[in-house]
Design a protein. Sequence first.
Length: 191
Amino acid sequence: MVDQVRSFNAILGTLSARQRDRLITAMAEVERLLAASAVQITACDPRHPEARRAVQAYVTELAQRFDGGFDPALSISAADEEISPPAGLFLVATLHGDPVGCGALKFHPGGPAEIKRMWVAPGVRGLGLGRRLLAELEAHAAARGVRTLRLETNRALAEAISLYRSAGYREVAAFNDEPYAHHWFEKTLAV
């Protein structure tokens, strides 16, 4: 190991300061891309410990980011039975066994399905995980014959709003009375 460090330092020593900075930046990007490739997304029982940890992280973050906090008991329900088959679906994204993202579907026979509990851990944002989760949820919904997906979100979640818009969701009039929502979105799926 000591020889490897010396060899690496010898290589770095031949580079200019600008080149070293570029190499370090490139190495950090390689590390992020490797992490992105290691993320696994799987359907999970919302009562599973990984799912519980993901939802708790989601609730904690919203409580910190929303004006006035966040109390899931005051929000529109996404109870375990509503996001478990056959009524719904819960996805968990893990990196090296730790939950780093989640998303859920609530199916409504004959009507639009809802996306709930979309969350990506701050440490893995920018890796495309939110887009991957969203695409997985859309694929599961389409496989169930869902034609329309809906979701609502809070104005404090600018990155989520940007994701939804770039993924083809259009802003629509409020379709529910979610007390924490400022934006309502809808997307028609190709089934």
